[in-house]
Write a protein that binds this ligand. Structure first.
Ligand code: ADP
Length: 613
């Protein structure tokens, strides 16, 4: 299943198409400087290209066709996952987006004034541009919904916090949860048995205490400003400093916002910007400000790790992730060198040589005898969002009956053995392909036959190829009356004890003893589709067809599963007429009482010879 993952910042949009089965990113793109004079689009690792992107909608409209083009002919997006930074108290799980959900995310803007408006812009654009699939919001705050009251409460007057909803929420939850799961899998342990401290060190930085699978402490608070030293954010600071600056310098809110969010952190300390690579290089060359930046950064993190070990009463693993955590040997060394008292012993050689990537996302950097394991884990927020989205979207579709199945109408046709072909068209005759059918390998032939019944005949009945091991004539009920035959409703391949008929071809005729059936209406699907629908081969299900003509429910629909099939429901012309179908119709399985929608039957058919009717 291909999931489109969208992550919008105030002037940027990241989009990736991820295969949900193995969370592999198939193709990704990034648009920068949206709404500015010179927006740029970068596709995978190609050179940036100038595009027009006045807003997030225009950026997505430019990105989408390029992504789909890269994916190739079979590209289809089954669901869209959106990263949403703040879910407040309302959203503690990934949630299918509706107009109401959108409105609630909008109400949360005061809690995340920088992030939620951009996330919403992406959601609105994507719901407009990709309208027919479920959209799921995955929240950065949701993993921290389990923070206990003592960890989420600021020591402000209770009336004030209750009135204004002031509390700690925590962020980077998608990443903390993902890397904790990865670490547990690497340690061959159940996350529910482990106490892990996860350090997400990117441009934004936060640390999380994951106790037996649940977030119990994290360093970001009501906004992403609290906690560690970050690229441009100050992290923890004595609130008295702010009072003093407002008083003594006459600073207003915007001035404070600018300094605390954009001018502080590594950038403010180092004076050379927020890129840790530059800071490390200059520090190595003797730049004192850069040395201080690294010392303050590492010290703050070490302080948090120690306190989180105390919060959990111990720690089994410490995980470093994101740009700095995955790549900076210097920071890991500085943070870990004084953690021996926790039983964490860094292996300096492993720390220097370690490299994590998509193929090897987890690596150990502690010594063999280290009681607490030190790990670097490559974070994959897009992959995690895609996996959550696929899960939620399928659950939603399954319960709401929104998994659509294209409907095709089968006109009357015949399948023949090579022997019959030669009797009708001459010795050695080979059927010739007129056009391929939707089921792979099947085709309609140029050749037709006349079907002769006791009462009348029908001319020009299409032969479908390739040839099969037995003859089969598939007609509708109306055809049966017309021909004067009483054919049973059967699954393809099951022709035993069916009536025969005469066939006339261009060079001869054949009297068949059996083979005329009225095809049992059915759905072709792959094993993956069957898993999504919660059905098995040979199940009999109820299906609703929505058509411009009229909506109808068909009972007694046979499920046929084979990996070479293409998802499609086949009905005959009588049924198509009854539903006033003219093509392009969609069917949905009708859920009744959970799995009671199914009646499983011992259905006899020949799955090898039956594709394509
Ligand atoms: P974002 O939060 O924007 O996703 P990233 O996870 O990409 O950020 O992390 C960006 C940070 O990672 C930057 O400070 C960058 O300098 C740092 N970084 C990336 N590679 C290295 C490296 N090899 N050594 C040190 N720091 C690095």
């Amino acid at each position: 299943m291909h999931i489109l993952v969208i992550n919008c910042g105030s002037s940027s949009l990241k989009a990736a198409i991820v295969r949900s089965e193995d969370t592999r990113t198939m193709v990704s793109a990034r648009v920068e400087r949206i709404g500015e004079t010179d927006p740029r689009l970068k596709l995978d690792s190609e050179a940036p290209e100038a595009i027009a992107a006045a807003d997030h909608g225009a950026a997505l409209a430019a990105v989408l066709p390029r992504l789909l083009d890269r994916l190739g002919a079979d590209a289809s997006i089954r669901a869209v996952g959106h990263r949403v930074v703040h879910g407040g108290e309302k959203f503690v799980h990934p949630t299918v987006l509706t107009d109401d959900v959108e409105a609630t995310i909008e109400q949360l803007i005061p809690l995340a004034p920088l992030h939620n408006p951009a996330n919403l812009a992406g959601i609105r654009a994507a719901r407009r541009l990709v309208p027919d699939v479920p959209h799921v919001a995955v929240f950065d705050t949701a993993f921290h919904a389990t923070l206990p009251r003592r960890a989420r409460t600021y020591a402000l007057p209770i009336e004030l916090t209750e009135q204004h909803g002031v509390r700690r929420y925590g962020f980077h939850g998608i990443s903390h949860h993902y890397v904790a799961q990865r670490a547990a899998a690497f340690m061959d342990a159940d996350l529910r048995d482990l106490r892990i401290i996860t350090c997400h060190l990117g441009n934004g930085c936060s640390v999380c205490a994951v106790e037996y699978g649940r977030s119990v402490e994290t360093s970001m608070g009501m906004t992403p400003l609290e906690g560690l030293v970050m690229g441009t954010r100050v992290g923890d600071i004595d609130a008295g400093v702010l009072i003093d600056l407002m008083r003594s310098q006459d600073w207003d809110v915007d001035a404070l916002d600018e300094v605390l969010n954009r001018k502080s952190g590594l950038a403010g300390l180092s004076g050379v910007g927020n890129d840790m690579r530059d800071i490390e290089q200059r520090a190595a060359e003797g730049d004192e400000r850069c040395r201080v930046a690294i010392q303050v950064f590492a010290h703050r993190l070490r302080k948090y790790i120690g306190s989180y070990a105390a919060v959990m009463g111990g720690v089994d693993a410490i995980v470093f992730t994101a740009g700095i955590g995955e790549n900076s040997e210097v920071i890991r060394h500085r943070v870990a060198q004084r953690l021996e008292f926790l039983g964490a012993v860094l292996d300096e050689d492993l720390n220097r040589d370690v490299a994590v990537d998509a193929d090897n996302p987890v690596a150990e950097i502690s010594t063999r005898n280290s009681r607490t394991r030190l790990l670097t884990v490559r974070t994959d927020e897009e992959g995690a969002i895609a996996a959550e989205t696929a899960h939620i979207a399928l659950e939603h579709q399954r319960t709401s009956g929104e998994l659509h199945i294209p409907v095709a109408i089968s006109a009357r046709h015949v399948h023949l053995t090579q022997e019959t072909v030669e009797q009708l068209f001459g010795a050695g005759y080979q059927l010739t392909e007129r056009n391929p059918l939707s089921q792979p390998g099947q085709f309609a032939c140029h050749e037709t036959v006349t079907v002769v019944g006791p009462k009348r005949r029908i001319e020009g009945v299409r032969i479908l190829g390739p040839t099969r091991s037995q003859n089969q004539i598939e007609i509708s009920r109306t055809d049966e009356f017309f021909l004067g035959l009483d054919a049973p409703v059967r699954a393809s391949g099951d022709v035993e004890n069916s009536p025969g008929c005469m066939l006339i071809g261009a060079h001869g005729e054949v009297q068949l003893q059996q083979g005329v059936i009225c095809a049992w209406r059915h759905i072709h699907m792959t094993n993956a589709d069957a898993a999504l629908f919660g059905v098995q081969d040979r199940d009999v299900v109820e299906v609703a067809i929505k058509s411009p003509g009229r909506d109808l429910v068909f009972g007694d629909v046979l499920v046929r599963v084979k990996d070479s099939y293409k998802l499609e429901m086949h009905i005959d012309t009588d049924e198509g007429n009854a539903a006033e179908l003219s093509g392009g119709a969609q069917a949905v399985l009708v859920p009744t009482e959970g799995q009671a929608m199914l009646r499983r039957r011992a259905v006899k058919y020949d799955p090898i010879g039956s594709a394509g009717e």
